[in-house]
Design a protein around this ligand. Structure first.
Ligand code: ATP
Length: 270
């Protein structure tokens, strides 16, 4: 569905952010993109959604194709029109507008009034709280609810591909788990998803496929199950290092106790 080939991106004249990224997003899946701070995850989503220019970024080389059509030179509105919609990092809702008006703003691009009504029904089914709070100002919602509204607003234009940038950021574990379930539901209803996340546990639970970005390059790519089992992903992103640190610490503690015990015994003996 989405094909990224040899994508090279820089900001201004000197900051190279992507150094030749190759990536495929199948039509029927959720693709998780993992990576540490500054790896280029948001840059990749900006390049796909055509919003690089808003950040003084530009594509130096390579291409992005959606359904066989090049989109890397299109403006953001044209890309939304084709069915690719992004939810940027940081729950950017219109805080002073009501929940309802936020959703209405997302539906402006819908082709017909019927499509808009169907999209609103879908959003209210996925997020009943957005129907309950329809008249409330978006700025008064909790962080989790604002994230739901940001996703709901993107769904109002009935996208075929949804790009999510760190939807779990700053949310409580229970809310993160709920967002994960909702991403799965969105996918089951026929929308492909690219999920950029630092929360690798959640992302790999939700995704079918995954890629790891490291300093502007894809370091690993495969099924979510394969990546979950990979030593590097375990060590760097799933807290495997924390476990081995804990093991090392426990071993060191045992050794200290053993040495103290030996000293104690030798005092008694002698
Ligand atoms: P994070 O998880 O912290 O959001 P990221 O993986 O999304 O990180 P990007 O935000 O894509 O990474 O940044 C990739 C590189 O591009 C970094 O070196 C970053 O400093 C740089 N960069 C990002 N946005 C800009 C910008 N608007 N102007 C200049 N450099 C930028």
């Amino acid at each position: 569905m989405l094909n990224v080939r040899n994508l090279q991106v820089r900001y201004g004249r000197s900051v190279a952010a992507l150094h030749g990224v190759d990536l495929e997003v199948p039509a029927d899946g959720v693709l998780a993109v993992l990576g540490s701070n500054g790896a280029g995850k948001s840059t990749l989503l900006r390049a796909i959604s055509g919003t690089l220019r808003l950040h003084r970024g530009s594509v130096l080389a390579g291409s992005v194709e959606f359904d066989g059509k090049r989109i890397d030179r299109l403006d953001p509105a044209a890309i939304v029109h084709l069915g690719v919609v992004g939810v940027p990092e940081g729950r950017q809702v219109f805080a002073r507008m009501s929940v309802e008006d936020n959703l209405r703003a997302g539906g402006i691009g819908a082709r017909t009034a019927e499509a808009r009504t169907a999209a609103r029904k879908r959003v209210h089914e996925l997020f009943p709280v957005l129907a309950e709070r329809a008249k409330q100002r978006a700025g008064l919602l909790s962080g989790g609810e604002q994230q739901m509204l940001a996703i709901g607003r993107a769904l109002m234009s009935a996208p075929r591909l949804l790009l999510l940038d760190e939807p779990s950021l700053g949310l409580a574990p229970k809310v993160i788990a709920r967002i994960g379930e909702i991403i799965r539901e969105i996918h089951d209803q026929g929308t492909a998803v690219v999920l950029v996340e630092q929360n690798a546990v959640m992302a790999l639970r939700v995704a079918d496929h995954a890629a790891v970005l490291e300093v502007g390059r894809i370091a690993l790519q495969g099924t979510a199950a394969d990546l979950s089992a990979s030593d590097d992903v375990q060590r760097l992103y799933l807290g495997g290092h924390a476990e081995s640190d804990a093991t090392a610490e426990a071993e060191a503690r045992d050794a200290r106790q053993h040495r103290a015990g030996v000293r104690e015994l030798s005092r008694w003996a002698g």
